[in-house]
Design a protein around this ligand. Structure first.
Ligand code: 13P
Length: 254
């Protein structure tokens, strides 16, 4: 049985005032439900404030990225150990925006994934194809390449609770969600990739869908057998919509 997870990726949004209002609304508005997990991923500078605001609640804290290195002369970087130190438990790794806009290659993503695990945190590894790749029928090849790069560095048996997020690039921030059937097909493919390596781990691996998840479409997506929750961008900034999405994850455990 996999416990559904809904993670909010705030991206480059927020302010002290807005974050305080949003987190207070989530803490009071999210039903207590041990059957699913909720995580928010604010920008780095707000993590300590968010940790304080979430203290005592069941909502977890995550970061949007981490350095591949653990310490040293890497100006501007933030290590996974630092993220653990300020109360994070999750770290998003390899988001398509980082791959496309900041030049993160598969190998860099793999190194970051390993660094997050080494710090005792849970990586949320993002994979997904562009529209052009989908139209050329390359979705599975792209996702497989992205997974293999990480598996080449960290064996499946060492993934210890790690999470994969399937985020088709063409569905991110576009309002164009993958249909539940389209998403399910890729989630099943991802689980199948792991099943060939470690069947037990594959059965336990949580695979989230990301890309224009809203309160209105979450239940249909989360109802699919291999979709274990969502990685939510825009709608995670709206307390009401995010709570609806979290509610949709309640009871969708498989
Ligand atoms: P949207 O929910 O805004 O489409 O963003 C998805 C995403 O990139 C989450 O990481």
């Amino acid at each position: 049985m996999r416990r559904p997870l809904v993670a909010g990726n705030w991206k480059l949004n927020g302010s002290r005032a807005a974050n305080g209002a949003l987190l207070r609304a989530l803490v009071s508005g999210c039903r207590d439900d041990a059957g699913r997990e909720i995580v928010v991923c604010p920008p780095f500078v707000y993590l300590p404030d968010a940790a304080a605001l979430l203290g005592g609640s069941t909502i977890g804290l995550g970061a949007q990225d981490a350095a591949a290195e653990s310490a040293g002369a890497f100006t501007g970087e933030i290590s996974a150990a630092m993220l653990a130190d300020v109360g994070c438990r999750y770290v998003i790794v390899g988001h398509s925006e980082r791959r496309a806009l900041y030049g993160e290659c598969d190998d860099m993503v793999a190194r970051k994934f390993a660094a997050v695990l080494a710090a005792g945190l849970v990586p949320i590894l993002c994979v997904g194809e562009t529209l052009e790749e989908r139209e050329r029928d390359q979705t599975e090849a792209v996702v497989e390449r992205q997974l293999r790069a990480v598996l080449g560095r960290v064996a499946a048996s060492a993934w210890q609770g790690a999470v994969v997020a399937y985020e088709p690039v063409w569905a991110i921030g576009t309002g164009r969600t993958a249909t539940p059937q389209q998403a399910q097909a890729v989630h099943a493919f991802i689980r199948g990739q792991f099943a060939t390596l470690d069947a037990r781990m594959a059965g336990q691996l949580r695979i989230l869908y990301g890309g224009s998840v809203k309160g209105a479409n979450a239940a249909a997506l989360f109802g699919m057998p291999d979709i274990d929750g969502g990685l939510v961008g825009g709608a995670s900034l709206d307390a009401q919509d995010f709570i609806l999405i979290c509610d949709a994850a309640s009871g969708s455990a498989t």
